[in-house]
Design a protein around this ligand. Structure first.
Ligand code: ATP
Ligand code: MG
Length: 341
């Protein structure tokens, strides 16, 4: 009897220890599964975040591309009538000058015209009318010139015909973007806004293979931000402050092309610098900024062009953005192009 009891208590102990081991295994498994679950959850969250970002960027890219098509279409349509006006103004000016010359000849050779003409002349300040007419021609000509430049800049800017990667001169994109931003750089005298100086330092860059229309969008976003930063800057109140933008292009030793856009504006706080390229990050008042421009610019440079978009900023002093684009693709594309004489 004692032996039987002894045996069953041994069995019980063994069973207990088995239970303990089992429990430990189960506990370990639970811990492992929980860790795995937490990890999968974090991965899912990350994927969701990336998906949201991609979705925003896709929507924006699509919008930009439709806008680009619209701009290119409008610019194309305006081009013809403007060329018409621009071209004919020169001839109209010459014809008016010939008529005025003829009028002076008449006055010279017929100093005393008939009464009807004398009355008409008395009512009309002829020399004023002629002088005013010449001035009108000058202003109409400069207006037509300006429209032509804007149309050209719009066509270059949207480069709708170039949806594929093509070798282009980066400076052309910079120039047409600056042309379109002229109204912000040199605001109307009665606006109370300062004129912004632009200093350019173009290195002698070869043609670089890129999506020109998209790259121009990036330049537009960076320059618009620089202008905003200059206008927001409290330094504006100081009389010796000259709001300025510096644009530099150069070819690096590793043959990548670099565009630097710097401003002496308000600068960016270090805590904000980390979030610059996040979609919807903005420090501007509601309605003033969407916070999407830099995230789109980042995607265009890093993903479409396999390049880099970096920012350095000293709060209160200014900001510099640097775009780097690898040029291997340019070499391949240039070699593929038919040789021209
Ligand atoms: N050159 C700059 N100087 C100072 N701050 C800048 C500069 N460029 C960008 N920022 C900061 O980065 C933020 C995000 O810029 P982003 O262009 O993405 O959006 P936004 O300018 O606010 O709005 P929008 O999408 O309409 O351009 C800005 O709100 C601003 O705080
Ligand atoms: Mg912006």
């Amino acid at each position: 009897m004692e032996r039987t009891l002894d045996l069953s208590s041994q069995e019980l102990l063994a069973a207990n220890s088995q239970m303990q081991t089992l429990l430990q295994t189960v506990e370990a498994q639970v811990v492992e599964r929980t860790t795995q679950l937490t990890q999968s959850n974090a991965e899912l969250e990350q994927t969701l975040h990336e998906l949201r970002q991609t979705q925003t960027q896709l929507v924006q890219t699509e919008k930009m591309s439709s806008l680009g098509q619209l701009v290119a279409g409008v610019a194309h349509e305006i081009n013809n009538p403007v060329s018409f006006i621009h071209g004919n103004l020169t001839y109209a000016n010459q014809s008016v000058r010939s008529l005025v010359h003829l009028l002076h000849l008449y006055q010279q050779h017929y100093p005393t015209p008939v009464t009807e003409i004398q009355d008409e002349l008395a009512d009309l300040d002829l020399s004023f009318v002629i002088e005013d007419l010449y001035k009108m021609f000058i202003s109409m000509q400069s207006g037509a010139d300006r429209i032509k430049q804007i149309v050209l800049a719009l066509r270059n800017f949207s480069r709708h015909d170039e949806s594929a990667m093509k070798p282009v001169h980066l400076e052309e994109g910079i120039e047409s973007t600056l042309q379109l931003l002229q109204h912000r750089l040199i605001p109307a005298a009665d606006s109370g806004l300062p004129t912004i100086q632009v200093f350019k330092n173009y290195g002698s860059l070869p043609k670089i293979a890129c999506y020109a229309g998209q790259l121009n969008q990036v330049l537009m976003h960076l320059l618009n931000n620089a202008i905003d930063a200059l206008l927001e800057d409290p330094k504006r109140e100081q009389s010796n402050y000259r709001p300025s933008i510096w644009i530099e292009t150069r070819l690096n030793e590793n043959h990548s092309a670099e565009i630097r856009i710097a401003d002496n504006g308000i600068g960016i706080a270090p805590t904000h610098q980390r979030r610059l390229f996040d979609p919807f990050f903005t420090t501007k008042p509601v309605g003033a900024g969407t916070g999407l421009s830099l995230s789109i610019a980042y995607q265009i440079i890093t993903q479409q062009h396999q390049g880099k978009l970096e920012c350095r900023s000293t709060p209160g002093n200014g900001t510099e953005f640097c775009i780097t684009i690898p040029t291997e693709a340019s070499l391949e594309l240039t070699q593929d192009l038919p040789r021209t004489a």
